[in-house]
Design a protein. Structure first.
Length: 361
């Protein structure tokens, strides 16, 4: 149906066209255009067009063609995307950062004309798309055609409520703990299904990574080209299974639970209630149908990468602490291809949180 939507012109990239590889099981990759604007502040267009409003905020223009350009940390950039939309009145859109984008601590959100919200595309929207990009830990080199975000298209109300989640888990597990289906008593629900932290050392003595400061620029168009030790410090937990997060430092950790998204569902990792502490649990992420799923039953879910940052003060987190929430949505029909080996997915069955940009082994 996504292929048909592209063919019908709902999503158009002009002469660049939309390559088949950019059509994921339940989402469409959005690519950077040929230029980026360094802007002095973030903004929402409100009742106007982005193209007109951004003129008041542009500091510089960067050329993303050929070798691209380096985006500096802590500075906001606005990039017109290659794709534009022409949605029918009954269809709306929702954008998320791609998993590799969040794991590099690159903050992104999609902007559309006449919008009062980021990442939300109104039903029937006709017009261009833009992405705001703010590298937070590493300066990054980006190029025209690089996909930092993905777009989902939705019709009607698709989200499962808590009772439906529990009933579905009883029929076919959505979460596994220590390679067994989670018991109903172990499920924590509240407008979604909560995930908790794994702070037990499984390989060596580290439980995650903390971003180094003052690193070299990282090329986001070169997977497997960077040494992890140049960008990350290993993080070990105290004997009690806890970590004290340094203020404004970025950490990559793993969920205790392994997630299984069956073919007829998709899943979004949504922001946790800020009253849980002075920390941000992660960027909003998206799991395509088939994440952690194996029809043969050999794969018992995939653990989720958790991107964590404490604000203002040192903050202690513990093994098993709830840190983020999953919401499940129905697919109109199961996709032809699932997340995993068939489409070259990078994070199926992951036991490590680093993005695809770093060398393995």
């Amino acid at each position: 149906m996504l292929v048909e939507a592209v063919q019908a012109g709902w999503l158009d990239a002009g002469e660049l066209r939309v390559p088949p590889a950019n059509i994921q099981p339940a989402s469409l990759d959005l690519r950077l255009g040929e230029r980026a604007y360094r802007i002095r502040c973030s903004f929402l267009p409100g009742d106007g067009e982005v193209e007109h409003k951004v003129k008041d905020f542009v500091v510089d223009e960067l050329d993303l063609r050929r070798e691209g350009a380096v985006l500096e940390t802590g500075r906001p950039y606005l990039v017109p995307l290659a794709e534009s939309l022409s949605l029918p009145p009954f269809a709306r859109g929702k954008a998320n950062p791609k998993s590799s984008t969040g794991r590099l601590d690159v903050f992104t959100r999609v902007v559309s004309d006449y919008s009062h919200r980021f990442d939300e595309i109104a039903p029937g929207y006709q017009g261009p798309l833009y992405v705001e990009v703010v590298p937070l830990s590493f300066a990054v080199r980006v190029r025209q055609g690089l996909a930092l975000n993905q777009l989902r298209l939705m019709v009607g109300s698709s989200r499962l409520d808590d009772n439906e989640i529990r009933d579905l888990h009883a029929q076919r597990p959505l979460l596994y703990i220590d390679e067994r289906p989670a018991e109903q008593s172990e499920l924590a629900t509240g407008r979604g299904l909560f995930l908790s932290l794994d702070l037990r050392a499984r390989s060596g003595d580290h439980v995650g990574y903390r971003a180094r400061e003052h690193t070299l620029a990282l090329d986001m168009a070169k997977p497997g080209a960077h040494r992890a030790e140049d960008y990350w410090e290993l993080v070990s937990a105290e004997e009690e299974g806890r970590i004290v997060l340094g203020p404004e430092r970025f950490y990559l950790l793993l969920s205790r639970e392994a997630v299984c998204v069956p073919p007829d569902l998709a899943c979004e990792m949504t922001a946790y209630d800020p009253t849980s502490g002075e920390l941000r649990a992660h960027y909003a992420g998206f799991f395509d149908p088939g994440f952690g799923y194996d029809p043969s039953g050999k794969l018992l879910g995939s653990r989720a990468a958790l991107e964590v940052r404490a604000h203002d003060v040192p903050f202690m987190i513990e093994h098993g602490q709830q840190l983020c929430r999953l919401t499940f949505e129905r697919m109109i029909s199961p996709p032809d291809k699932l997340y995993g080996r068939d489409i070259g997915s990078n994070y199926q069955g992951q036991s490590d949180t680093l993005s695809k940009h770093f060398r393995r082994g």
